[in-house]
Structure formats: structure tokens, C-alpha cells
Write a protein that binds this ligand. Structure first.
Ligand SMILES: [Zn+2]
Length: 311
């Protein structure tokens, strides 16, 4: 279960991972907390399709619902909305107040309840979300972290959210990373080495100057075989993603060569993990999960045999 704040986030964060696992037979559900109603048109070549308008929250949501359906189809994943309203990215000094009723202002338990219900219905073994900073400071991204962490912790506890279904405890929680300094530098150098203009030069300098502490990457999932799925998903969000812009600035053969991974931070594990040498990373979000399920099944079989003997 990959939990995201807005329609399009699933195409820019961990997209190739979801496409890869779906192609390998894992049931993958993308969950989008908000309808993306306060996103502006970010693609200069975008033309609002006939029969749609982008001037109202409802109009934008209708456009973005269709884009999201195309993205989910490109990734080969299932998709559900949580139904909250986009908070928008507040800008200005001082920052304006958040709009009434938006996702970021919904109290934590009320905002988490639909996700707890969905976790108990879909019963994921692994969940992904953003780190506590949101990955970038959009109030909906921070809230997405908060409701995901809450649902991960509470869904298995029958005493919490008692009206939201049968308890289910997921095994692992990950934070999406990507665009780590290490990855930016690797791609930047490869682009310059190939005589191409790198899109990352200014970004690397400004991030280095601000000395933002890098979060730990524990897990590198090889996904270069699924870049084309990710790119189709990005293009599906035609109002948001410029097909000639930033996300498409790096030739995919260079990317596959120097950075063929999606990066994650393992935040919580409720299962024992395979031993790793120092400096060795995970390459699979399901590392340890199949073993844990086998152990559960073996324990279950023993339990049943025991019951039969007793009978
Ligand atoms: Zn977003």
C-alpha cells in the first residue's frame, strides 16, 4: 500500500517500484489522501479538455480523477481515494491561513480513520509514505505522513478505531526518498560527462548551502526496467507534469546506468529481518516478509495438527 498526498505524487515517488511489484504479481494499492483540488496547471502546453474546467475545486478534481485513473492504469496498480480536500501550498510572508475544511486541518484521528479502515480491508504487508518532514513542506505531505504512521500503528490494535473493521497489523513501514544528494550528484556528473546540460546543478548547490541533513536510505529497489511505466504515469498527469520539463530532463539510458534504483528508508519493522553485513542495503521492500509469512503458516499448521490430535 503506497499512501500519497495528491494525485501525481504516486507517479513521482516510488512509481517504478509499484509498477515492478505489480508486474511481479504483488497486489499493489495506491491510496491518495486528497483530490488535488488546489493544484495549479503546471504544464505550459496543457489544454483543459473539452467538457472540463479548471476554475473550481470540483472542476479540478474531475480533471485530476481522470488523470489519476490513467496513471494507475500505466502503473498496473489499484487505486483508492481517501476523499479529503487539498490544502494547497500556502505562500507569502506571513503565510496565509489554511483554507477551512482542508486535509491538513482535519484532526488526526478523524483524518486517519478512513486509512485505518482501508488498511484493515486491503490488509497490506508493507506500507510506504513520506518521512515526518513530508519530503517537502507541503501541509498535505506532512499530514500524509501523520495519518500513515497513525494507521500503521493503530490498524492492528482492536482497541483503536473499533468501528473501522477487523484489526490487521502491517509488517513494514517505509518512507519514500529519491532525489537524495548522492543520486543527484551521480546523475549530474554522468550528464556533464556525456556533454549534456544537467538539470540538477543549481539544486545541488542550494541544498549543499543549506546543509539539510540527509535522511538515511536503507533500501535500494532496482527498477530501471519500469522507468517507462513511471514515465507513462507522469505523462498521465497532463495538467501537472510538463513532458518537456524537469522530470524528463535525464536520458533514461543514463539514469538506468548510474541510478537504477528507487530509494527508501525502513521506518518500522514488526518482523525479524534478514541479516545484513555492515554497509549492505536491502534491495526489496518485502525482505523478510515471505519468511515471516512462512513462519506464520508453519505455526498455524502446527496449531491445527495439535488441535486435530486433541480432537
Ligand atoms: Zn503532492
Amino acid at each position: 500500500m503506497a499512501v500519497h498526498a495528491h494525485p501525481d505524487d504516486e507517479s513521482s515517488k516510488g512509481a517504478a517500484t509499484t509498477a515492478r511489484y505489480a508486474a511481479e504479481g504483488v497486489e499493489v494499492l495506491v491510496v491518495t489522501c486528497t483530490g488535488g483540488e488546489r493544484g495549479d496547471i503546471l504544464n505550459p502546453s496543457y489544454v483543459v479538455p473539452d467538457g472540463h474546467e479548471f476554475d473550481s475545486l470540483d472542476g479540478r478534481h474531475a480533471v485530476r480523477r481522470e488523470e489519476m485513473a490513467r496513471s494507475a492504469a500505466a502503473l498496473g496498480v489499484r487505486h483508492r481515494w481517501l476523499g479529503f480536500v487539498d490544502s494547497g501550498l500556502p505562500e507569502g510572508d506571513p503565510l496565509p491561513p489554511l483554507p477551512e475544511g482542508c486535509f491538513a486541518l482535519v484532526p488526526l484521528e478523524e483524518a486517519s480513520e478512513p486509512l485505518v479502515r482501508l488498511v484493515r480491508e486491503f490488509r497490506p504487508h508493507v506500507m510506504t509514505t513520506y518521512d515526518p518532514s513530508g519530503g517537502y513542506p507541503h501541509p498535505d505531505h506532512i499530514k500524509c505522513h501523520e495519518v500513515s504512521a497513525e494507521a500503521f500503528a493503530a490498524a492492528g490494535d482492536a482497541a483503536r478505531y473499533p468501528d473501522a473493521g477487523e484489526p490487521w497489523e502491517p509488517m513494514k513501514l517505509y518512507y519514500n526518498h529519491g532525489f537524495s544528494m548522492e543520486s543527484l550528484r551521480a546523475v549530474h556528473e554522468a550528464m556533464e560527462g556525456a556533454g549534456l546540460e544537467s538539470p540538477f546543478g543549481d539544486w545541488i548547490e542550494s541544498r549543499a548551502a543549506r546543509e539539510i541533513p540527509e535522511r538515511e536510505v536503507t533500501t535500494y529497489v532496482p527498477v530501471s526496467g519500469y522507468f517507462s511505466h513511471r514515465d507513462d504515469a507522469l505523462r498521465a498527469h497532463a495538467s501537472q507534469i510538463d513532458p518537456d520539463g524537469f522530470f524528463f530532463a535525464v536520458p533514461r539510458d543514463i539514469e538506468a546506468d548510474v541510478w537504477p534504483w528507487d530509494e527508501y528508508e525502513l521506518a518500522v519493522s514488526n518482523i525479524p529481518l534478514p541479516e545484513r553485513a555492515p554497509g549492505e542495503h536491502e534491495d526489496d521492500l518485502f525482505a523478510g516478509v515471505r519468511e515471516a509469512l512462512d513462519a506464520e503458516r508453519a505455526a498455524g499448521d502446527e496449531g491445527r495438527e495439535h488441535a486435530q490430535v486433541n480432537a
